[in-house]
Design a binder for this molecule. Sequence first.
Ligand code: TRP
Length: 327
Amino acid sequence: MRKTILTGDRPTGPLHLGHYVGSLQSRVDLQHEYATYVLIADLQALTDHAEQPELVRRNVLEVALDYLAVGIDPTVATIVVQSGVPELAELTVYYLNLVTVARLGRNPTVKDEMRQKGFDADVPAGFLVYPVSQAADITAFKADVVPVGEDQLPMIEQTVEIVRRFNRLYSPVLVEPQPLLSEAPLIPGADGRKMSKSLDNYVGVRDEPDEIREKVRTFITDPQKIRLGDPGRPEICPIFALHKLFSAPDRVRWIDENCRSGALGCVENKMNLADRIIEYYEPFRERRANLDATPGIVDEVLAEGAAKVQPVVEETMKAVRHAMNLA
Ligand code: TRP
């Protein structure tokens, strides 16, 4: 039997290069190896966007389009919208009894996010418990493997704790998941910090060639390299970090040498990078154009996804309710 993987994203904004290099690209490969579910986690997005349900809804559709455009194949993988599977909320309620508030407060990723969002004591209860809802996602689909970045490891740890507690307490019906840690390096954005939507320092996966050139132009480089001829330090340059991902190895070596010697200017180097990204995106643009020419396709894919997961989730729920002596 093929193993099952679950990956997911919160639909709060467009997917960008950081997502692509960090996870979308590997999902496109893994979908042929594993039974693959890709979750658009709109309930999780609402835990810190409760006041903007329209934004979340709009992004559900955008994220789905981005998935299809980058090559997630809905005839191979299953794309699911979280709110389309109400059992996930039911399962979350059961799991909440197996976790303490103190344990939730110690989740390092949740702690970081709370600090970033300035929640302090005013954290929405739903946000504090989102790792539990993520445990519901993972176990409902019986995922064996969850591909993650470093920041999501605590979610898998909490899921494993819940699974073990449930299986010991009631009956061993839940599958214990394993993380599959992404090898992707940190992707820097325009300001040199990690590329992210909230820092608005990203290149989106659906950006048009002109936008890509414009955004790449705004990236910082070595601040000591001011004009052509000044020697640069590729190791601290975000543009160089991206070249390592998108340019051929001999080209990367050439850039390294010519940046250090000063012969290569930052503007030229940026425009070459923009061209590589544009070239790399070509198949995305083609798929996107086909999708745009097929109205209703996204709704169709999402409806199919919801139908495909129903029997899997129903099987989990039956076993869970039975183990817990519930109706
Ligand atoms: N927490 C993930 C993120 O912020 C999204 C997510 C929700 C997820 N449910 C999941 C990821 C289940 C993997 C498996 O990106």
